[in-house]
Design a binder for this molecule. Structure first.
Ligand SMILES: Cc1cc2nc3c(=O)[nH]c(=O)nc-3n(C[C@H](O)[C@H](O)[C@H](O)COP(=O)(O)OP(=O)(O)OC[C@H]3O[C@@H](n4cnc5c(N)ncnc54)[C@H](O)[C@@H]3O)c2cc1C
Length: 546
């Protein structure tokens, strides 16, 4: 139910619907138009929002202050409390994080005979993977090819992507869809069994495969079932707080804190895969976010301290359409699929201002321009700004019942607040969604540190400066599987020697020299949302750290 103050704008939107349908597709912006729009309105281009890192392998590179604050920070745990001589577990492959990347890595590594242990901060599947809505890309139709997919991935990333990684992504894609189907993922299909595929922003072909608007939950459910069926070893509610290294700097496992019992323990591993996901909960530039509560950049911190280089950490993906109203769901994701099935973006006057399926950075910038630059945003009762997504148009274009059929989860999300998406539009504004960059990897997921791999959102380079929709669910499975295979194979010829925290001492020496305040600690583990009067000076005390 919208308040009276927003009703006039809805009337204007209703009044322009027929004309907008006749208008057809708004032409795509050319290279110069895109550049101008990004420079003027994309948050990545606000100079004061970033700083050059003072320490570590990316010293001198710029990154948002919120990310710099966790990278340039002191450990949360006293390394003396960890017994590195007597690890609690001794395994071939250690996987940190149990979202899509971690669980797929575990499945393939175990299938190669490796002794695998997966350790995760919350529960298996408490992860961004579970929340993914719109779909997963793969070029597996007759009118498509991995080569076309590659060009879209590179174009979306402004041709900054690491070509070998993009190539791996697209060439493994059809096989990943087959693997998921074999495991039991129920993708949307036509009556004759043909997989339904739709467009995503920046794609030249319809190659998005979906399970309605809960694709991630369907994939995660299936991977988790398989993981459980195979009785793979799992520790839940245990957070990695540091990696371990030998005297040559190779990774030899990790140190954990059990968040329930506060036990401090170590895992010795021949190879380690970081699959800890993204950094949405850092709320870069104060944006709301779409991510789960554990998305606090921990993997970046651990890898950076041990000497792994990061790539593209000066670019964040702001999803164009986060919920701007009602307040209770502010910042939550409105999947791109809403635009994929036909909804227009329109301003306070009911007019379109950008082709809806431009790449995300372009569309987000256009929305910000409409609201901040042109003063044509719709104002909510709490003073927030947004633009309409004309969801009733989906019913006009695709027939009665199309909203509920294509977007059942989203329909219920709004119904709870008395907003019926098939009859009323929804209000949106950009929200922090995805970390475009991350730990630099090669095609096997290997980082610049020996025996340390990374997969999933925590890794960087695949998507360049902007990821296209549906390519992250794909990337976590492509590189989760690649890292799982490579780590299991590499483990066969590794003999571990000593293990310790020499890299932590070296890093803290750098921090001291750079004058980083000792109160600044990381990894963050969980975001701090308590009201000021309840905040403790050092939140990790509750975890038994410090
Ligand atoms: C709302 C939403 C919708 C999305 N929709 C789509 C979509 O339609 N298509 C698409 O391609 N992409 C989509 N994405 C992006 C995509 O879902 C994610 O990028 C991807 O699932 C990340 O997978 P991951 O395995 O790398 O990380 P996650 O799935 O986030 O898993 C990371 C795991 O690591 C654990 N962890 C974190 N820190 C530690 C630590 N210190 N110690 C131990 N464990 C730790 C976490 O608890 C979690 O279990 C969406 C994302 C969101 C948030």
């Amino acid at each position: 139910m919208y308040p009276a103050s927003m009703q006039d704008s809805i009337k204007r939107l209703d009044a322009t619907r027929d004309a907008r349908i006749k208008q057809g597709k708004i032409p795509l912006l050319g290279a110069d138009g895109k550049k101008e729009l990004l420079k003027g309105f994309h948050p990545d281009y606000i100079e004061s929002s970033m700083r050059a890192l003072a320490v570590g392998p990316n010293k001198g590179d710029r990154t948002p202050h919120e990310i710099a604050d966790v990278l340039e920070a002191w450990p949360i745990a006293d390394t003396a409390r960890f017994d590195t001589e007597h690890p609690k577990f001794d395994v071939d492959v250690l996987i940190i994080g149990a979202g899509g990347a971690g669980v797929s890595a575990a499945l393939v590594a175990a299938a190669r005979g490796a002794k695998v242990l997966t350790v995760t901060k919350l529960r298996i599947g408490d992860a961004n993977t579970m929340m993914a809505q719109g779909g997963i890309q793969a070029a597996d139709k007759a009118n498509d090819s991995p080569e076309r997919h590659y060009l879209d991935v590179m174009g979306g990333g402004h041709f900054k992507n690491i070509p070998e990684l993009a190539r791996s992504l697209v060439s493994d894609a059809p096989g990943v869809i087959e693997w998921l189907e074999e495991l039991g993922v129920m993708f949307d299909k036509d009556a004759d069994g043909t997989m339904i595929s739709i467009h995503g922003g920046g794609t030249s072909r319809k190659r998005m495969h979906a399970a309605r608007d809960y694709t991630g939950a369907e994939i995660m459910r299936t991977l988790r079932d398989e993981f459980r069926n195979q009785n793979l070893e799992l520790l839940e509610y245990c957070a990695a707080v540091e990696l371990l290294t030998d005297e040559k700097g190779a990774c030899t496992g990790a140190a954990f804190v059990n968040l329930e019992t506060q036990e401090h323990f170590t895992v010795r591993a021949k190879t380690t895969i970081i699959a800890t996901g993204g950094c949405g909960r850092l709320h870069v530039q104060g944006f709301p976010c779409t991510n789960h509560y554990g998305a606090t950049a921990d993997g970046l911190v651990l890898a950076y301290r041990v000497g792994a280089k990061l790539a593209f950490m000066d670019t964040i993906q702001y999803h164009p359409t986060g919920a701007a109203y009602p307040e209770q769901i502010f910042g939550l994701l409105i999947t791109e699929k809403v635009r994929g099935v036909g909804a227009h973006l329109a301003n306070n006057e009911g007019n379109r201002f950008i082709y809806e399926l431009e790449s995300r950075d372009i569309t987000a910038s256009a929305i910000i321009r409409e609201c901040q630059g042109r003063n044509l945003g719709v104002v909510t009762p709490t003073g927030r700004l947004g633009v309409w997504l004309d969801t009733p148009l989906i019913e006009v274009l695709k027939g009665a019942g199309a909203v509920k059929k294509n977007l059942p989860a989203m329909y219920h999300q709004y119904e709870r607040f008395g907003i019926y998406m098939d009859k009323e539009p929804i209000l949106t504004y950009p929200t922090q969604h995805y970390q475009n960059g991350g730990i630099l990897i090669d095609q096997s997921g290997l980082t610049e540190v020996k025996n340390l791999y990374a997969a999933g959102e925590v890794a960087g380079g695949i998507h360049g400066r902007n990821r296209l929709m549906g390519n992250s669910l794909l990337d976590i499975l492509v590189f989760g599987r690649r890292a799982g295979i490579a780590a299991a194979e590499a483990a066969k010829s590794i003999n571990l020697d000593g293990s310790g925290f020499a890299h932590v001492s070296a890093y803290t020496t750098e921090l001291k020299a750079a004058g980083v305040p000792a109160e600044r600690r990381s990894p963050m583990l969980l975001p701090e949302y308590r009201r000021a009067e309840f905040k403790t000076p050092f939140p990790f005390a509750a975890l038994g750290c410090e």
